[in-house]
Design a protein around this ligand. Structure first.
Ligand code: COA
Length: 376
């Protein structure tokens, strides 16, 4: 008989084997299908990361072009369906709108897994951008890369090469990350032999929460509220005294600084270098670094045995703002990339997994002993 493991939050429970990514929380290493995150993020476009998850190698030029073309077609197809989404895109919260609009995508039996992922990933970018534009969505341009077209569909303007490069770095960085809550959610749904769209819809719901993908908007709110580096100390100590969590700090797995924070910082610095002298990006980056330092110092003092350092969301907030995305789109943009990881995990789960069905421990009273029925 197997040993009973009880873990509130399931940490240390291995729920799947995967070749998609490996998170080493002690040493702060993230491997994406055989590549260190810092070796590919900032060096290859999102199309390559998507291909990598499904095929296990980085694409050659022809393969990259075919993913790019297929994503362009998927964006166009999704745009044609905008009129059929009912009031999904009128929902005030972007993640509610994304969840409702993705739910309109049909399951197609027998669809090739990479093609299915491309269909879903392409649609997410279009639905998120269309939500942000309200009554005037921008038609996709299938000739552009996914990152470039996403920025264009949101802003209505052609993005700079530096903005596209920074967004690509972000999308590659967050494409997959072990058994995080939304990926686990997708796997649970897939394990019941349900379809990929259902798994993605459920995962969007999990990603929405501020303990997972909902943190970067609040990180920016925090930076706005702090305003300048010299106000960081008081602001952080007052927030902690009120019992609040500092958004963008701490992680379930990492006991050192999240390696993705380094990669994103590097991408922001690249964008700053390519920007006009008067750009606010450098100022924001300096403020973020000062707040991170202060938060880390105060969190060490409060939790000497529990390292709480910057996670991916801290610099996500700075990067997504720097490429010109509104903060309401931060979590949908996370979903636009992570959906590739969800779909790849769904495929793995289907091939190798069993129904995921843990136990619970009942703590309430035993049933009342029913009185014996009266003899007739
Ligand atoms: N700010 C202040 N305190 C924090 C904290 C934060 N960001 N993160 C954790 N803590 C504290 C908890 O209050 C808890 O203190 P206690 O033992 O006195 O109760 C302790 O550290 C352990 O926290 P716990 O809830 O067990 O950690 P977890 O592994 O369940 O949580 C996160 C991980 C990410 C949910 C958590 O660090 C967090 O809420 N961070 C802020 C939200 C965020 O940035 N989310 C994005 C994650 S990528």
């Amino acid at each position: 008989m197997s040993a009973r493991i009880e873990a509130n939050g399931l940490e240390d429970v291995v729920a799947a084997t995967t070749r998609l990514s490996d998170v080493d929380g002690e040493h702060g290493k993230l491997v994406l299908a055989g590549h260190s995150v810092e070796d590919i993020a900032g060096h290859v476009p999102f199309e390559d990361a998507l291909f990598l998850l499904f095929r296990g190698t980085l694409p050659d030029a022809a393969e990259r072009a075919s993913v790019r073309d297929a994503l362009g077609e998927a964006r166009e197809a999704a745009f044609e369906r905008l009129g059929e989404l009912g009031d999904a895109l009128a929902l005030p919260d972007a993640m509610d709108a994304l969840r409702a609009s993705v739910a309109h995508l049909g399951a197609r039996s027998g669809e090739e897994p990479l093609a299915e992922a491309i269909r879903i990933v392409g649609a997410i970018a279009v639905f998120a951008a269309a939500w942000s534009r309200g009554a005037s969505p921008v038609r996709p341009d299938a000739r552009l890369s996914h990152a470039a077209d996403y920025l264009r569909m949101v802003s209505g303007r052609a993005p700079s090469a530096a903005q596209v490069a920074a967004l690509d770095a972000y999308l590659v960085t967050v494409v997959d990350h072990g058994m995080n809550a939304s990926t686990f959610t997708a796997r649970v749904v897939a394990s019941t032999a349900s379809d990929t769209v259902s798994a993605v819809v459920a995962a969007i719901g999990a990603l929405k929460g501020k303990l997972h993908g909902g943190a970067p908007g609040p990180v920016l709110d925090m930076l706005d509220a702090i305003g300048s580096a010299d106000a960081a100390r008081d602001w952080v100590s007052q927030a902690l005294a009120r019992g609040e969590r500092i958004m963008g700090m701490g992680h379930r797995v990492y006991r050192v600084r999240d390696p993705r924070a380094f990669v994103l910082e590097r991408a922001i610095a690249g964008l700053e270098a390519a920007s006009d002298a008067g750009s606010s990006i450098g100022q924001r980056l300096r403020l973020a670094r000062a707040v991170e330092k202060e938060a880390e110092t105060q969190l060490v003092a409060r939790h000497p045995n529990r390292p709480l350092k910057a996670n991916v969301e801290f610099y996500t907030a700075v990067l997504l703002e720097a490429v010109g995305l509104p903060r309401t789109l931060f979590t949908p943009t996370f979903a636009a990339s992570r959906a590739a990881g969800w779909c790849a995990h769904v495929e793995e789960q289907r091939r190798h997994g069993r129904l995921i069905r843990p136990k619970s421990r009942y703590t309430d009273a035993a049933p009342f002993a029913a009185p014996a029925p009266a003899a007739r």
